[in-house]
Design a binder for this molecule. Structure first.
Ligand code: MD6
Ligand code: FE
Length: 211
């Protein structure tokens, strides 16, 4: 149903793309799980540190820790910034994915869920708020196709871009763990998975080092 038969493309050292890791049925099952997660932990609009400018994506999390951003900075925390409740647990589908593609790493603690409306984008950034970079970041794309851009560990490094489609998995680790990356644009209407269109992106992370 999932990984069997999926080819792995090494985009750059440390960046592995599994196109169509999840088939259409598996994508629908994940969206059903995410609907339940969003009932317990509603999507919120994060804001930029210092400027308090809203992000164009909305976010929620599952797992023991969640990534949040507001005027005071970026951080991981165990509770939802609006409801104050703990994040819902990570569904078994996602821990199974991690086992499959990141078996050598400590188990994931956070799954950030980003929702992109068709006009939303994500500027070039590094994922560097974790306390350890030993584990990769594992990402899942659902819904409309996105144009993903990736460069090197310096902002000025040359970049290349490729499309992430619904059901694709990207593993981002090793020498690329701190590479700059972002989402330039969505291809609105390229998928019928989400009733209202747009795109969901899940990123699973290990946040703390071995106890
Ligand atoms: C996105 N992804 O695909 C944004 N970060 O919507 C990320 O920011 C990302 O896909 C770290 C590793 C993989 C990713
Ligand atoms: Fe990222």
């Amino acid at each position: 149903m999932t990984h069997a038969g999926t080819q792995a493309i090494t985009v750059l050292p440390g960046v592995i793309h599994y196109p169509g890791y999840y088939d259409a049925d598996a994508c629908r099952a994940l969206v059903d799980q995410l609907r339940k997660i969003a009932e317990a932990a509603p999507f919120f609009t994060p804001t930029m540190p210092k400027t308090d400018k809203p992000f164009s994506v909305r976010m929620t999390n599952c797992g023991s820790l969640g990534w949040v951003s507001d005027r005071t900075g970026y951080r991981y925390q165990p509770d939802h910034p609006v409801t104050g409740r703990p994040w819902p647990p990570m569904p078994s589908e996602l821990t199974a994915l991690w086992q499959d593609v990141a078996a050598d790493a400590l188990p994931p603690e956070a799954c950030l869920v980003n929702y992109y409306e068709p006009t939303a984008r994500m500027g070039l950034h590094q994922d560097r708020d974790e306390q350890t970079f030993d584990a990769p970041v594992v990402s899942v794309s659902l819904g409309d196709t996105a144009l993903f851009r990736i460069g090197g560990t310096e902002r000025r490094d040359p970049t290349r871009s490729f499309r992430l489609q619904s059901g694709d998995v990207l593993v981002f680790g090793g020498p690329a763990r701190l590479a700059f990356h972002g989402i330039d644009r969505l291809y609105a209407g390229s998928s019928t998975l989400l009733d209202k269109g747009g795109r969901l992106n899940l990123t699973l992370r290990r946040v703390t080092p071995k106890p």
